[in-house]
Design a protein around this ligand. Sequence first.
Ligand SMILES: Nc1ncnc2c1ncn2[C@@H]1O[C@H](COP(=O)(O)OP(=O)(O)OP(=O)(O)O)[C@@H](O)[C@H]1O
Length: 936
Amino acid sequence: MEFFLRQEQKQTDTSRRLNGKQRLKESALIIALLSAVFFLVSLLSYDSSDPSWSQTAWDGPVQNAAGNAGAWVADTLFFALGTLAYPLPFLLLLGGWVFFRRRSESEPLNYTILATRILGVVLLLLTSCGLADLNFDDFWFFSSGGVVGDVLTELSMPLFNLLGTTLVFMFLWAAGFTLFTGISWLTIVDTLGEKTLSAITWLVNRARGDKPQMIGSTVDTSEPAEDVDESDPLFAKPVAKKRELADVSLLNKAQRVDEGDEDNVVTVPPVIHAAMATNAASSERKEPVMTLEPEIEEPVIAPEPKPVFVSNSQEAEINDDAEVPAEPEQVNQTLISETASEEASSEESMAESDGAPWDDDVNFGSTESVVIEETREDIVIGNTDGLSELDRAQAESVIPDEEEDPFLETIREAQKNAAGAVHPFLIKDEPNLPKPKEPLPTIDLLDPPRNTATRASDEELQYQARLIETRLEEYKIKVTVKGIFPGPVITRFELELAPGVKVSRIMSLSKDIARSLSTSAVRVVDVIPGKPYIGLELPNTSRETVFMSEVVASERFQSSKSPLSVVLGKDIAGEAIVTDLAKAPHMLVAGTTGSGKSVGVNVMIVSMLYKAGPDDVRFIMIDPKMLELSVYEGIPHLLTEVVTDMKDAANALRWSVAEMERRYKLMSALGVRNIAGYNDKIREAAEADHPIPDPLWKPGDSMDETAPVLEKLPYIVVIVDEFADLMMVVGKKVEELIARLAQKARAAGIHLVLATQRPSVDVITGLIKANIPTRMAFTVSTKTDSRTILDQGGAESLLGMGDMLFMPNGSNHPARVHGAFVNDDEVHRVVSNWKARGKPQYITEITSGDQGSDGLLPGEAPEGGDGEELDQLFDQVVEFVTESRRASVSGVQRRFKIGYNRAARIVEQLEVQGIVSPPGHNSNREVLAPPPPPRD
Ligand SMILES: Nc1ncnc2c1ncn2[C@@H]1O[C@H](COP(=O)(O)OP(=O)(O)OP(=O)(O)O)[C@@H](O)[C@H]1O
């Protein structure tokens, strides 16, 4: 524990300090700032009488504010670059900022982009000097383009003349601009054209006096606009916002974030503007707080604010509102004069998220016909990547290659070490591993977290928010985005619905919304506890993997006292989610195949292995698939070998019921109400040197002469991976045993974790559901499956790979959790660590079925006894089987029109009675009994 605490302390310390690269970057910015100020002061206070290269004699004090050095520097710069010396300090500052801006990101430098930028800036500088030389007058005794401009014009004038030279310089300047900024001239031309067309449309509409289309369910078009009282703060702001939504051209402007103009973005949506102000001040790592401040809340709090809608013509009258978005020209200007640093950011983020929805060719459905015409030209016809749709879908869900590297490395290591001996893949028992010194496994057994994704920038998030509003408008649903919570896998947008809009409408449209937002799935959260909003959860373009080591190292897990603490993963805000199985007290895990169930179960087991030794927690593992849990074979926590035979599994459940009853008797004898109280009493008695003798012991129970003393009882966790198999093979009795355990086992410290990939009502029956309150739903294929698990939809919209909805005991609102990932290699390391600490002491009765009467269900007789009840159809089935000579479960099912469970049970009864043989290698049974005598 101390180790963990120290490690955590160290982590927080180091997170506050900058690493080597970050230090360099920050220092570079500071030096760039100093140089820029120095250059600027030198240039601005240049005096031709100061000492410099251009002077042969001088006397008197130096006039330059930057002193002697400043005078020399200014002279040199003016001499070399002419008037182009003035922008140099700004370029320097910009360079420093670009270098510094990404200091916390450990991405490698993109050298191609860097090279094109440098080339671009050089080209810009040279051509600007040339153009200045051609077009501006000289100043002082310097040429306006400096010596650089002079040389360039002198070289090209004889070749191209004045007009040709100007044109060559201008085109090269344009090329330099694109090289430096990454902005396409086509985009600039596009934007200018679009703005012009929007302006013309707006003017035409204004001239015609058209009113905008009404949006939202409470639209009252008859409401006269004159009712708007601009001075009333309750009304003034909604009007401003409605105008924004109605004005498509302004909205489009906001969407041009790909060109990186922060001003542009900030001026458009006042709501997000407020949120961003808070966010900008927050730390490097994006805190998921983009909530909106009181001034925006005003319309919500106000008693029944009247919905007011204004036409374009009325908008003009309230243009003086403080929150009015920037005018088209203004935005346009900022768009073109954007700074290089911002362009850099946009360009890189574009490169990272190829095909992201903020591409230029995004077509906004609500835009006027003019815009649609324009975007038509951008329609991409056919795929150019040569991949099939399936390939593409698979490519998206492929885990990065590096996931496997550590594992492969370890395998290679093992191969090297075991060269010449047994094949490394076949080694089962680790040869005498040294016993670890630490009381519990240490975190270094798990792979350290790696950065697997790039977080969306604030601009991208704002863009998405605008897009959601626009898309919902297309369905005549008016919403306002009130908060954005970016998480590791999804981003939640909190939406305020216009009065009267039903959540069910949005929920029923979730598939359409997902399609129109070009995402794989959208989950609608109808209730966000404590907030008057609904949530819309969109998958991130780049998905983070939640590494188990991150969550195990989290403060929550480390400070959790219970030995049954399990980590699940991270919530949408990136916070570790830790739960206590003791409080759950039983858990149902369901999801389709490949959704991440087994990884989820492994994460739970490994977290318990991180928290508790075999004195505190023991496991019974039931694994019909024979692969998932067999890795734990041999850890000292196991009460029995991993059970793979379903008959043994039923016995194990019976043993658990018997153990539960035994514990109940012990607890009642000691007068305690739960296992914690029992263990406290045992500890107190041991400390007082008065161990308690077993009150249930009778002479003859064992060879001892006196009753053995009671010992601490560990928690028992029964884990069933693929619970459906158990239900199918063993039938109804499993359901009853599980229900019995689930009802009473909590106090006895026995907990169930049932996983299934078949979340249907014949597996997760009402009886089981009623007794297992904690549910964990991974992706399922249908809403019905989701309802079977959670009693509500939602799991069908999950993203797979560990994305889950977790519904804790007593809650009606499932929380979205991104499951932690643990790979086989990590599990092996933790398992080996425990194997080195001790051997398991298996209890053979668990699977032998020799549990006495305690494990029997009410009204049940011991198996094989006289009282075993045969199915009512038994005789008829015997007749059918012996006549047809075929004993298949499906045949019996078809013939008697009964369910699989019942048919399988009857066939088993036939086997017990010796009428049919046990299943052969191809699971066929032979009919052993002779055919019935022919009837008359
Ligand atoms: N939390 C996670 N993070 C990232 N990837 C995951 C996560 N959980 C699962 N995966 C990926 O999904 C794959 C399938 O997971 P898993 O084997 O747990 O599915 P399953 O539901 O148990 O399937 P089955 O029922 O067929 O065994 C894993 O191999 C892994 O690549």
